[in-house]
Design a protein around this ligand. Structure first.
Ligand code: C2E
Ligand code: CA
Ligand code: CA
Length: 878
């Protein structure tokens, strides 16, 4: 063994060992799917290394060299290499039914692959024969069979090289390196063939090719991203369909040319090897062509079959199926188009756009374009209106996709008539956002609308435009319901809604807020003056002429609140208009415009109400008593109970918390507490020997409450106060507005001996004529009359008249608010029996008032009030 032989052997074994090591390590760290492939490649490396070294050390002689153990092992290693390449290719395919098939196309890919491999091998063999096998054969003088056996290695290499070439198309990144390794071995085996026949050592070319093969195997162990980077430069098409077929065809052409060249150059065409190889190539080629023809036929049949299935499906489905060409001209329409009044044949040739609603056309054109340009199989959805034969419009939901047919590309459209659903949806929306009684939009609608107007304003659009809201409440509508019934009340609301809608320009929203309240959203374009004009017109629409329902004319007025967006946050528009309306209602004016103070008032009153509720529960309210005196004698004949509330440190004026109590309904509980405390106090005074009368104030709301008379009688019984000692003070409104039930309740109490006083007489609409409806015991002349005594002759005359009429009717008269001695003098002169006022005595606590009591336990009777002038006269009160 020479030094160079030993060196080559050492080099081959070393490179093989390195390749083995690298591949084995990669098999442990790599993805599981390629683990075994790397192990197989490692095995191939070690077998190749061994057989190359043996070939180096013991160059075989002819024939036998192919059949040594090393030779056979090298052949087996080829099979292992192919399996490894197949596994690598499979690992990089997406998991699909076709996964693992190299060029998964139709039937028999394995056969196709083998045929292409054979064609490549045979063709390259012919070329190789012309290049150097032929001359080696002639020189060696061995039999054809023996020579063929010697060519076993290179030919097997060639066949497998062609066969696994298909995997290059499927996943070239993974199969390229093993394939190149096989190419190097093929080269080495081809170069070694003549040397083997001659029994000499393989030449330098063979040795280098073998080393290259081992190095390429080792490179297979490189991590994938490194391989990717290395191969980035040699970027080729990912998909490489028919690569093996193309290579086989090119190789066959090269073989044919070589054969012609060989014959023309004087070589023997009848040379058996060339004849057999050429014949085989032709046979394989014929088989391959037959396979292609068969495949084409099967494909055409499949097309036709799927076309038939498509038609059958299209004819049966209730959806409309339309095929258009890529210019959107209808080529086929399914019988379901009959539901739009069309015959299928009649609309073939019609452009799709002619059927689509003009407003949907632009969108439609866009969708069609994107469907025709998009990849086949991608579905686009589109809703539009379609004209039917009778000119009506139908709502369709459709899906579009490119559809490939033997004749070319089409647009496949399937569509469903959803007109019924659309109509239903509209109806539901209408019901959700409209008021059934008036047909106007409802509260939900106008709130939504106001919200989006606010968003528009916030976004800075609608510049310069004033949005405004108007609230309208019908005054006294509850009374209408009570007097003519709810049915007629509904009718009146519907009439009111029509009137309101008629006076508001169409671009603004008029809605029913609920009950007898309506709201108007004045939108962009109206300035403050126009808004107020609209509000005035709304007021006129309600008050202008009476409503005619249930055969009666009913006159109503409306309280109207206006909120302008200018100075208020737009999202509070409706709420502010509501606040302004409440103010209009209280103020009695027709139109109120919201200002920020109103909202603060509302908040304060709400807070006050909740504090008052607590104060009532905790019995924090107190009573003061103001004496009522006999003017002639200055003797105290009774006291008026007046409620007081100190919330924390602050004294809340009665007018303020009483109106809150009225509004919130707390007045019921409050009044009950006052009545009970006042009666208990009076009863205590009676028990102590001072049989004073006591007056308690009641509002309309209090006396209207069910069971009012029972409550009063109950408290009297509880406290043991004689009914005649109690005077109920009610205002004139009770007589004017009071329903029959109130009059009945008060009359019943009077029959029990309870006395009735009309408070603040002269301020309302009451005239003495009302007194016939409900007999009263006392009238209290309002302080505004007394204040005018001595300065206003008319007031003096009116006061004198009230005093005289009272006396004539046998009703006691109390003058309230006496502050000046002259007033007292004049009242005495008029013959007014009783009086009350700061001049006589201020309201004070029970302890203070007892000074005027008599006879007190251990005290003297009837202390006269200091200012009073003695003139004994029978008192009516007490
Ligand atoms: P009213 O029934 O007219 O009560 C008389 C009011 O006039 C009291 O005011 C009293 O302090 C005040 N007053 C008495 N003399 C004079 C005077 O010489 N000059 C002036 N300027 N005022 C005088 P107050 O206590 O603020 O009560 C106001 C109103 O609150 C009462 O008017 C009454 O209508 C109502 N009220 C008071 N207590 C109750 C109650 O317990 N229940 C109900 N429902 N209302 C009450
Ligand atoms: Ca009073
Ligand atoms: Ca009064």
């Amino acid at each position: 063994m020479t030094m160079s032989v030993a060196a080559w052997m050492a080099a081959q074994v070393l490179v093989a060992a390195v390749a083995f090591g690298c591949l084995w390590r990669a098999s442990v760290s790599a993805e599981p799917s390629v683990n075994s492939a790397h192990q197989w490649l490692a095995t191939v490396a070690i077998v190749w290394g061994g057989s190359f070294a043996v070939g180096e050390a013991l160059p075989g002689h002819g024939l036998a060299a192919s059949l040594t153990i090393g030779g056979l092992l090298a052949l087996a290693a080829l099979a292992v290499l192919c399996a490894a390449v197949a596994a690598l290719a499979r690992a990089s395919q997406p998991p699909s039914p076709a996964a693992g098939r190299p060029l998964g196309r139709g039937a028999g890919p394995a056969l196709t692959q083998l045929a292409d491999g054979c064609l490549v091998a045979l063709a390259l063999f012919v070329v190789g024969w012309a290049a150097f096998y032929g001359s080696a054969y002639h020189k060696a003088g061995v039999s054809a069979g023996g020579f063929a056996l010697d060519l076993l290695h290179p030919v097997t290499d060639l066949v497998l090289l062609g066969a696994i070439m298909a995997y290059l198309g499927a996943s070239w990144r993974r199969s390229l390196l093993p394939w190149l390794a096989l190419l190097a071995v093929t080269l080495a085996d081809s170069l070694a063939a003549p040397a083997r026949i001659s029994g000499v050592r393989p030449g330098l070319g063979t040795e280098l090719a073998q080393l290259a093969a081992l190095a390429l195997l080792a490179a297979c162990a490189l991590p994938r991203d490194r391989v990717d980077r290395l191969l980035a430069a040699a970027r080729a098409s990912r998909a490489w369909p028919g690569a093996s077929t193309a290579t086989a065809a090119a190789a066959t052409v090269a073989a044919a040319l070589t054969t012609i060249g060989w014959a023309a150059g004087g070589g023997s065409v009848t040379d058996p090897v060339v004849v057999i190889t050429g014949g085989l190539a032709a046979l394989v080629l014929v088989a391959r062509v037959a396979g292609v023809a068969w495949y084409e036929r099967a494909a055409t049949q499949a097309w036709q079959e799927s076309g038939r299935a498509f038609l059958e499906l299209a004819e049966r489905t209730s959806d409309v199926v339309v095929l258009c060409d890529l210019a959107a001209i209808v080529r086929y329409a399914s019988p379901a188009v009959a539901r739009f009044g069309y015959r299928p044949e009649a609309i073939e040739g019609t452009p799709l756009s002619a059927l689509i609603h003009p407003e949907d056309r632009l969108r439609g054109a866009r969708v069609i374009r994107s469907a025709t340009l998009g990849p086949p199989g991608q579905t686009t959805h589109f809703s539009c209106r379609i004209r039917s034969a009778d000119g009506t419009w139908h709502h369709l939901e459709s899906s579009l996709a490119r559809y490939r047919e033997a004749g070319g590309d089409n647009l496949l459209i399937t569509a469903r008539d959803v007109s019924d659903q659309v109509a239903l949806r509209r109806q539901v929306t209408h019901l959700t956002f409209h008021d059934g009684l008036t047909g106007l939009p409802n509260r939900a609608y106008i709130e939504e609308r106001a919200k989006s107007a606010a968003q528009r304003a916030a976004a800075g659009r609608a510049q310069g435009a004033q949005d405004a809201a108007i609230f309208i409440d019908l005054d006294g509508f509850t009374g209408v319901n009570d007097s003519v019934g709810h049915g007629a009340g509904d009718l009146l609301l519907a009439q009111a809604a029509r009137r309101l809608r008629n006076v508001v320009p169409a671009q603004h929203t008029v809605a029913r807020w609920g009950g007898d309240e309506f709201a108007v959203l004045v939108e962009s374009g109206a300035n403050a003056q126009e808004t107020v004009d609209i509000a005035e017109r709304l007021a006129g629409a309600i008050a202008g002429e009476p409503f005619r329902v249930a055969g009666r004319d009913i006159s109503l007025t409306g309280s109207i609140g206006v909120a302008l967006a200018g100075s208020n946050p737009p999202e509070h528009l409706l709420r502010n208009a509501d606040v302004a309306m409440a103010r209009a209602k209280v103020a009695g004016g027709r139109v109120e415009i919201f200002n920020a103070q109103m909202h603060a008032d509302v908040v304060r009153r709400l807070e006050l109400a909740s504090e008052l509720r607590r104060a009532i529960t905790d019995e924090e309210l107190e009573l003061e008593y103001q004496p009522v005196v006999e003017l002639a004698t200055s003797r105290v004949v009774g006291v008026e109970a007046l409620v007081r509330w100190t919330s924390g440190e602050t004294v809340v004026p009665p007018a303020e918390f009483l109106s809150v109590a009225e509004e919130s309904g707390l007045i019921g509980a409050l009044g009950e507490q006052v009545l009970r405390a006042a009666c208990a106090q009076a009863a205590a005074w009676h028990a102590s020997g001072w049989p004073t009368g006591i007056s308690v104030n009641f509002s309309l709301r209090q006396v209207s409450r069910e069971g009012f008379a029972d409550l009063v009688l109950g408290v009297l019984a509880e406290t043991g106060l004689p009914p005649a000692a109690l005077t109920l003070e009610v205002t004139e409104r009770v007589l004017v507005d009071g329903a029959a039930v109130i009059v009945d309740a008060l009359a019943r109490l009077r029959r029990h001996g309870v006395r009735l006083a009309i408070d603040d007489f002269g301020t309302g609409y009451a005239s003495l004529a009302y007194l016939r409806q409900l007999p009263v015991d006392i009238i209290k002349i309002d302080p505004s009359f007394v204040a005018g005594l001595g300065t206003d002759a008319t007031l003096a005359m009116l006061t004198a008249t009230i005093v005289r009429v009272g006396r004539d009717l046998g009703i006691a008269v109390v003058a309230e608010g006496i502050e000046q001695p002259e007033q007292l003098e004049m009242l005495r002169g008029m013959g007014c029996g009783l009086g009350q006022g700061f001049l006589v005595a201020r309201p004070m606590g029970a302890r203070g008032i007892e000074v005027f009591a008599g006879p007190m336990p251990g005290g003297t009777a009837g202390e006269p009030v200091p200012e009073a002038v003695a003139a004994p006269e029978a008192a009516a009160a007490g």
